[in-house]
Ligand binder design. Sequence first.
Ligand SMILES: [Zn+2]
Length: 465
Amino acid sequence: MIPKEILDEINSRLNIKDIVGNYLSLKRTGKNYTALCPFHPEDTPSFFIFPTTNTFHCFGCGAHGDPISFIQKYEQLSFIDAVKKAANLAGIDISKYLKKRELPTELQIFESYHNKYKEILLNLPKSHPAWNYLIKRGISRDYAERFELGFSNGSLKSSILDDFDLPPTLGSELGIIRKDGSEVFNNRIIIPIKDDFGRVVAFAGRSINNEIPKYLNSPENKFFQKSKILFLYDKAKNIIKREKYTILVEGYFDAISMHINGFENSVAILGSAFTANHAKKLIKLTDKVITMFDMDAAGQNATLKSFDYLLSYGFQVAISQYNTKDPDELIKKQGKNGVLKALENSKKFYDFIPEYYKDKYNINDEFGIEQYLEKMAEWYLKFQKSKHAAILDTFIKRISLILLKPENNIKKAIENILKYKKFNKKIIPYVSQTEDSISSKQKNIMSLINNLYGSGLNTKDLEII
Ligand SMILES: [Zn+2]
């Protein structure tokens, strides 16, 4: 506990105008200052700063407080972290009031192994394969330190657990040592995976000599669930708030390269998929997401899958456009400008979807068009059910431009597909089927669409835009 007098002393030494002014641009109105409230969306300022009482107050959302509480609220810190930051700014030493931070045992183990792994990496000779690997990926010694990378040379074994007087079984439960006492991440570069508060909750290990698998992850534990953690979120969260958008990437080194090159609002999903938990976490910071997944089929699938939660949580999603394998390679080949261009060329999700599937189906024949429209109907329904119903007309327009058919016809066709599907729930979109395997039900849809086009489609006249 920090005594009230000390908190008062910290607040009194901090000028609310200067503190808020660090984050927001202020306008003078008489004795006071105003700004656009950072805690609720608004176009005209209702956020006031009162120098005489050294407080702020928002007449829009009721946010109110002193310098410490502004720092806490704006930076989304715990009270104690906000006090620490404020005390630092005020030049007051509060260390004697701070109880030594008590980490849960599991996290103490991760932290201790992590510290050792960092030390081992920094002590490796420059010519070591680990450094060769990192340098090749654009990660200098300084960056390795900044992102707290480490290396396992297999020398630690259970020593840290022994120091804590803990059984080696705990080490194998956490996926740090094997049952035979050797280290799981031996001969791998250690990437710390942190939770939202910056505590190490797991490791990823990258092999440096093409050993399979390339990446090894700690198994999930009480503090580490892939579905809840976004890599580098702890570093990115305040930047995302400031930049008002986030860049979603796929890999550890993609995220690290993005941060190194100034895109510090980037976070990465861990291997699998973008989840509802990820969406919940991000929507508190911003409602704008640009995805920058790998350009291969797996990456594109991950992009499409991520839409499910992004759209249903109301994100405005855009998909960056570039032509290298992944962001990391993009940066290596075209530098920061390559990324800027990829972001500038981003396509909004309702432009991206019709374009993307255009190439997946042969829209030069009727059957391909039918499949294509079925797919579009599926997305139409998703948009309708999400918070994006307002873009349905634009979406239809894009499709009509691709198929060179009137918007009305497209809309009718899609609505009919959806109506038909309601009665035949078993009809699932069929991406890889050939013409030979058209079921009779699917033929029904085809004739239905053909009817809508009156005399049928004159597919020879179609052009791909
Ligand atoms: Zn407000």
